[in-house]
Design a protein around this ligand. Structure first.
Ligand code: GTP
Ligand code: MG
Length: 454
């Protein structure tokens, strides 16, 4: 995983908390010192380290644990909460509200712009978007070939013109065709530094394309210097977000990540290797959860309680109990699961079900399915979601086209809904309280245990 060293020391620190007899000022001081040390080793800015440490300490000394949480669990939750805030807070997912959505990547030489362009293209193509890549690098002759080759590898169209003198000539030549795509990703040329020349070029391209989102690509090996770079690009080039690359190859990633989180341009994606799949959307909660190796059932329950607090969920609860469980409910249930964090994280919170015991890849498949079904449901009409029995073969074909998913995926979703409905009936007797939830988890654990032969 990314930032292995930081993750190891933070986990070790939390183990000390779980192993302690009780929480007192001495333990809190020790914990805060350990966290400071771990963050500093990962090149996080000293001032930032002190401010997060102070926040954790103040809250730990002042706040009383809420009902149902022990003081140790409460302390761990504070650390989790504050670190999530530290790397940017809630999700800053890109919302593609218009078609075509224009996304431009800018940055210095070799930062990983071209590689990231193709990674982002694959990420969204996989989610049913029709993606186009455009190379506007008139600076380095091989750049166009590089992008063309990457596009071929991932099955995404690439437009470029090696004879063009200026990036805007390339834009003008192809812009009529942009409307045929959901997402147009524009790769630009780099320079040694954010020179006036680069600023002018980015501004000129931006004036021509009017990008909906401009992402700055930063190589994480510059550590906390990422802040100055992100700020300069943010001020001069309308940068709206950051892609941090090469997190696989440096111990300084923590510095780059936290430095950008405090600028007006939050981290949107992270690059974890040279291959096109070594890439993920950056989600602070999931990221910190993995960093800390959240390993206890209580924190799962805590998150679960939050996730199920939504009014929608209450309404769903009522409908479920009345036996009327439709696809809208399944959708909301899936959303709530997403709020709780990844399946992997949820599993790692259940005692005795650490990731090591689960066959490799098994959970990835599940998560991918959830993502796919979300796209399927996005392409369904309200009436279909409310009453899936109306889904005729013709409708399934239409939804398949709309969502970019094979028909078998839609049939699998319908089957899942039927099964969930059955399960809901089975659970009907449960009271939905923490105890009920615990019972359910125990049952789940016993069931999975059998299947997976621990
Ligand atoms: N290990 C690792 N290598 C990466 C990552 N992203 C990009 N690279 C490598 O970094 C090098 C430069 O990447 P490019 O995508 O060509 O960078 P660029 O910003 O387009 O470069 P210019 O167009 O020359 O300015 C390539 O060798 C990539 O394979 C990453 O996340 N991890
Ligand atoms: Mg390039």
């Amino acid at each position: 995983m990314v930032l292995d060293k930081l993750s190891d020391s933070l986990k070790e620190t939390l183990r000390k908390v779980t192993g302690a007899t009780f929480v007192d000022e001495k333990l809190i001081n020790e914990l805060v010192k350990d966290i400071q040390r771990a963050l500093l080793q990962s090149d996080v800015n000293v001032q930032l380290v002190f401010s997060v440490a102070k926040e954790i300490k103040d809250r730990a000394l002042k706040e009383k644990p809420p009902k149902g949480l022990s003081s140790k669990e409460h302390l761990i939750n504070i650390v989790y909460d504050e670190l999530v805030k530290f790397v940017g807070g809630g999700s800053s997912e890109i919302e593609m509200k218009k078609k075509p959505f224009l996304l431009m990547l800018v940055g210095l030489f070799g930062a990983g712009k071209t590689t990231s362009s193709s990674k982002i293209a694959k990420y969204y193509a996989k989610r049913g978007k029709n993606v186009l890549l455009v190379s506007t690098d008139t600076w380095r002759p091989a750049a166009a070939d590089q992008l063309a080759q990457l596009g071929k590898q991932i099955g995404v169209d690439v437009f470029t013109d090696k004879t063009a003198k200026k990036p805007t000539d390339i834009i003008k030549k192809f812009e009529k065709e942009f409307k045929n795509y959901d997402l147009v990703i524009i790769d630009t040329a780099g320079r040694d530094a954010l020179s006036d020349e680069l600023t002018a070029e980015i501004k000129e391209i931006n004036a021509a394309v009017k990008a909906d989102e401009t992402l700055l690509v930063i190589n994480s090996d510059i550590g906390q210097a990422a802040k100055a770079q992100a700020e300069a690009f943010h001020e001069n080039c309308n940068v709206t977000g950051v892609v941090i690359t090469k997190l696989d190859g440096t111990a300084k990633g923590g510095g780059a990540l936290t430095a950008c989180a405090v600028t007006g341009a939050p981290v949107k994606f992270i690059g974890l290797g040279e291959k096109v799949d070594d890439f993920e959307e950056f989600k602070p909660e999931g990221f910190v959860g993995r960093l800390l190796g959240m390993g206890d059932l209580e924190s799962l329950l805590e998150k679960a309680k939050d996730a199920f607090k939504d009014e929608d969920m209450d309404a769903m609860g009522e409908r479920v109990l009345s036996g009327d469980f439709n696809l809208v409910d399944l959708y909301q249930q899936m959303q709530a699961m997403k709020k709780m964090g990844s399946l992997k994280k949820i599993m790692s919170m259940v005692p005795g079900m650490s990731q090591a015991q689960i066959p490799k890849g098994a959970l990835d498949v599940q998560e991918e399915k959830l993502e796919k079904w979300k796209y399927v449901m996005d392409s369904m009409a309200r009436g279909e979601l409310e009453d899936p029995s109306v889904l005729s073969p013709e409708r399934i074909e239409r939804i398949a086209k709309g969502s970019g998913q094979p028909e078998k995926e839609i049939r699998a979703l319908i089957k899942q809904h039927k099964q969930s409905k059955k399960m809901v009936k089975m659970m009907k007797g449960m009271d939905g309280s923490e105890k009920g939830m615990q019972k359910m988890m125990q049952k789940m654990q016993a069931k999975m245990g059998k299947k997976m032969k621990f």
